[in-house]
Design a protein. Sequence first.
Lengths: 336, 262
Amino acid sequence: MSATTATIEQPRGGPADRIGSFARDNAWTLGLLGFLAVLLGFTKFANPNYGLDSLQGTATSVLPLALAAVAQAVVVISGGIDLSISSQMALTSCIAATLMKGYPGEGVAVGIVILVLLIGVVLGAVNGALVVLTKVPDIVVTLSTFFIWAGFALLVRPAPGGAAADWLKGLVVGGLGIDWLPKAAILLIVLVALIWIPLSRSRLGLSLYAIGSNPLAAFRSGVAVNRTKFLAYVITGFVAAFAGLSLTASTGIGTPVPEPTYVLISIAAVVLGGVSLAGGIGGVFGPIVAVVVLQLIRDDMTFMHVDPNYGLVAQGLILIGVLMVGSLIQQRRSRA
Amino acid sequence: MTVAPETPLVDMRNINISFGGLHAVRDVSLDLHPGELVGLVGHNGAGKSTLMRALSGAHPADSGEILIEGKTATIRNPRDAKNLAIETIYQTLALAENIDAPGNMFLGRELTTRLGNLDDSSMESEARKIMKRLNPNFTSFKQAVVTLSGGQRQAIAIARAIYFNARILIMDEPTAALGPAETAQVHSLVRQLKSDGIGIFLISHDIHDVFDLSDRISVMYHGRIVATVKPAEVTSDEVLGMIILGKRPGEATEEELDRLRT
Ligand SMILES: Nc1ncnc2c1ncn2[C@@H]1O[C@H](COP(=O)(O)OP(=O)(O)O)[C@@H](O)[C@H]1O
Ligand SMILES: [Mg+2]
């Protein structure tokens, strides 16, 4: 089969139609963006001091969560789930902070970053191999590895500490030239552009959606289902390592105890961002917007002096609410 | 009986398949010639789908031999089968619901650009070309197939088979989920494919469809083939008798046949 010459057919009109179908395909994400705008307005109202420069702080604190949500989105689209993401982040962050202690030269620090990303790939590969080979449900496998990676993190760093190379910190803290252009946001866009866009345009990307939609149909179509599932976890581990590195970069240290809310937030963001927990639907842009929405809700509650524990309650309620609405939509669709 | 001069397209010999203690296919031999349609009938659980899964690569046979155009073939998975130009059309569960029609048509064998990216525009224009032939009313190329009707989905599955130059087509109850008009559409497609020289195995519960479309009919009963007959040489009652009793017309007693009629 050859890549035939591209006879680009435009059956139903030009750019306007293109935009129409873009809006239809991304209606959920666009709605979420609208909600985010309203929420930003509300944040300004709740906290008049929240200015354009506050966006920097929001972006820096959101970056690890946004990357965690991207990592989770990939595996959920393939029909799986990864509960070990937050301890993958803790472990990779601790390894990076420990190796960077004593501020080695910049070249060495680059080597450390590459090594940590490779470790992320290995952690993902272990998750993927266990899921594919043992046929134990993914929830059980990744809940178990959650504790294993967390244990390793404590072995690497019994207490928070270590350091981050200056250039690494410089990547995520502050603005790019102008105050309201947070570096963390730029970095996120670059990483997503380098990882997700090529992936979603590749055969592997289509296979991820296919095994998430219907593994049997994918198998019958000749898709290598197990290999695809394995690679989904590998990519998730790779992105989770970026998330861990961004933790080290934004805090300047490694913290061995995984933040338990990260997993909840990554799943809540994925669902709120329009990815179906049943697999096969959604992308990574919605989850990223959803992470920002969830973060602002938490910030607003802080500004309004709501007990932070209610913040957790609110996020749990949002997750349940979105899941209920989502399954209602799903039922409607399958009845139609 | 006329002797077919050419080597058969498919020659399955002494196929056996068991699931634990259940012997689902017992020593079955069956062949298929180019442009021929062999109907497979039998009651539920007779082993029709299991036999065909050995050919489609979904569940390889425990023992026996499969020859494709006279050559011994090793079919371990659906990809092996597809490489031998064997395509399968199922009643359900053959499409990935959240992917559009071109994506489903090319799933597992995607067209790519020189850089290795998915070539969406080529896949869509190829899908349009083939659908124009099969079902000119089909225009939903950008929607997830979950939103399409059963007939439209089956047209996509058939388009996929044809696009990749299937020479051997397995249809496992392809119209069981379709309405009468859509079933008629699929039937006219089947005739078109036959005249293109494609060999077809058709599993169906509808005896009349099978009589209409088949060149030969093989009746399965408890994992064995009771008989392979030509529609012109038997009545549909005789075939029903074979399906229910598992005996050839001559072998069934008058009493058994009487019980059938009541
Ligand atoms: N994957 C499987 N595991 C166990 N038993 C199976 C499996 N597939 C089919 N069978 C059994 O094999 C027998 C033949 O089934 P099948 O080929 O589906 O029959 P048919 O298609 O003729 O209705 C049945 O008894 C069925 O229960
Ligand atoms: Mg069957």
